[in-house]
Ligand binder design. Structure first.
Ligand SMILES: C[S@@+](CC[C@H](N)C(=O)[O-])C[C@H]1O[C@@H](n2cnc3c(N)ncnc32)[C@H](O)[C@@H]1O
Length: 269
């Protein structure tokens, strides 16, 4: 996340360490990090070779991989800048633009530039306009919290956003506060944890294998409406086959740059 003296991301220095627990790092150049498969991935604004060597000596770990790159390369080669989508304007925090929503994308998913995020924002905003009764939402795999913040700006009153990446959770909390929205952020792993799905709308922009797994869970189908995204046309067949019986009703089905989005309504509503 951004904190003084930094007001934007330029270069990223990434250290991947054989560490099973996150180290305490008190450094203004530290952006954040997370654990992945028993290793720690740490992001800094500047070179921290000397400090990382010291950390490895102290903890008895090793550098598995290290890289330095432009922030734009981390963001798939795209400049993160203002854009409009779903009737809302979005802006990264470093642009003083008066946008409806400001986002610190940090180094987690959800800057708004991925077609899947755009499709989800558009589909969600259209659904909220067509169904004014939607008052609560669960955002599964919230990343930066961009979808949750957009839903709050569109009037959804009770929103829970969930991610298994602790940095994404902190970033989503920060983005919710920066946009003066009240969103409950929960750190949880959807492969084992069952969130409270007593909501009107469930939004899931997730990788397709996890979607297939979640389609098999009873709690996943509790909400009246579902927005499903994060998959490409070649994966649709497998997802269709994983839908429950009786299947939900398709309200909408869209594609953008080879990414797909479904809007579903439960058969009992
Ligand atoms: C494609 S990103 C979507 C981010 C944001 N909602 C958007 O639309 O731009 C998927 C998110 O799901 C999270 N995720 C992946 N596996 C997860 C799991 N097992 N439990 C919870 N969150 C998970 C990732 O950390 C990531 O932030």
């Amino acid at each position: 996340m951004l904190r003084p003296p930094h007001s934007r991301y330029r270069r990223l220095h990434v250290y991947h360490l054989s560490l099973a627990a996150m180290p305490e790092i008190d450094d203004p150049d530290y952006i954040g990090g997370w654990l992945e498969d028993g290793t720690a991935i740490l992001f800094f604004h500047a070179d921290r070779d000397r400090e990382i060597k010291g950390l490895c000596r102290e903890k008895g770990c090793q550098v598995i991989y290290q890289a330095e790159m432009d922030y734009e390369d981390w963001e798939a080669g795209l400049a993160v800048e203002s854009f409009s989508c779903g009737g809302l304007t979005f802006s990264p925090v470093w642009e003083k633009s008066g946008a409806d929503i400001v986002i610190d994308p940090s180094v987690v998913f959800g800057s708004g530039f991925h077609p899947s995020t755009r499709l989800a924002i558009e589909g969600m905003c259209d659904l909220l306009a067509q169904r004014p009764g939607i008052e609560s939402m669960l955002d599964l795999g919230c990343g930066t919290g961009i979808l949750a913040v957009a839903a709050a700006k569109k009037g959804v009153r009770r929103i829970t956003a969930l991610d298994n990446n602790p940095l994404a959770c902190r970033v989503a909390e920060r983005n919710a506060a920066a946009n003066r929205t009240e969103i409950t952020v929960i750190e949880a792993d959807l492969r084992k944890d069952e969130p409270d799905a007593e909501v009107d709308l469930l939004v899931a922009n997730l990788y397709h294998a996890l979607l297939v797994e979640l389609f098999g869970r009873k709690w996943f189908w509790r909400p009246r409406f579902h927005l499903i995204a994060g998959f490409i046309p070649a994966m649709e067949e497998e997802l269709l086959a994983a839908l429950p019986d009786p299947p939900p009703r398709f309200l909408d089905r869209r594609r953008q740059d080879r990414w797909c989005m479904w809007l579903l309504q439960s058969p009992s509503s």
